[in-house]
Ligand binder design. Structure first.
Ligand SMILES: [Zn+2]
Ligand SMILES: [Zn+2]
Ligand SMILES: [Zn+2]
Length: 240
């Protein structure tokens, strides 16, 4: 059966149904009477010519404000109920909230970040965005600059206190200070590479304050001595 034949049969059926209900066909098809009538979310406004196939069209306004023309028989048989917003709303309410995996639009991802449902956000991934980025940009009033990072105060993930860092180096510097404070009670203390103990920077050798090699000179000397002796011991073993 061709498309056209299908369509013709549908129209005939619709007219038959209307007659069964006791409506006169001519009455049903009058467009003047449809002005102001409701079809789901649509309200009839005025007649608007015919479409390519010769179907009479009625201009309608949707409750959401969209104005579009609809084929009259589709309005009458209930195929057209809205501009498309009704379908979207039903889909949203049914699928999202009632789905067994729906967790209230908020969850913690594999990396430990709080993710919130924000389908229109510019930095979303699969409709979810990192909550701390959303919050930081809200406070900042604009998008985060390129290279900027967000630090969680005292490395807590609850997003109550955030620090916006201008770059990665400054962000890592904050983490070093946080760890120093937790381990030693002083943010300025640094960890020795060899003995893994925090100490006053005065007693340490520091090549670079941000991301350098840090050690006690004593620990380094000991390490170098051990390494040399280890290497000497190792040579005869190899030949045996
Ligand atoms: Zn609508
Ligand atoms: Zn951080
Ligand atoms: Zn040391």
């Amino acid at each position: 059966m061709t498309e056209l034949r299908k369509y013709q049969e549908k129209t005939v059926n619709m007219v038959r149904d209307e007659i069964k209900k006791g409506n006169k066909v001519n009455q049903v098809m009058k467009r003047k009477e449809m002005v102001g009538k409701r079809f789901g979310r649509l309200t009839g406004l005025c007649a608007n010519g015919r479409d390519k196939r010769g179907n009479k069209l009625l201009k309608c306004e949707c409750d959401c404000g969209n104005i579009k023309s609809y084929v009259i028989y589709k309005l009458l048989n209930g195929t057209s109920k809205s501009c498309g917003c009704l379908k979207m709303d039903i889909h949203a309410s049914r699928v999202r909230e009632k789905h067994p995996n729906w967790r209230g639009g908020k969850h913690i991802n594999g990396a430990g970040y709080v993710m919130i449902y924000s389908p229109e956000y510019h930095r979303m991934h699969h409709n979810y965005a990192k909550e701390h980025i959303v919050m930081a940009e809200k406070v900042l009033g604009k998008h985060l600059p390129v290279g900027a990072e967000i630090h969680h105060y005292q490395e807590k993930i609850d997003n109550n206190k955030l620090v916006i860092c201008q770059d990665h180096a400054y962000h890592m510097f904050l983490h070093v200070r946080t760890r120093a404070f937790i381990a030693s009670g002083d943010v300025n203390y640094r960890k020795c590479k060899y003995c893994k103990e925090y100490d006053d920077p005065k007693n340490l050798f520091i090549s670079d304050i941000y991301s350098g090699v840090i050690y006690h000179r004593k620990c380094n000397n000991e390490y170098q001595k051990n390494r040399n002796s280890y290497a000497i011991k190792r040579i005869p073993n190899k030949h045996n």
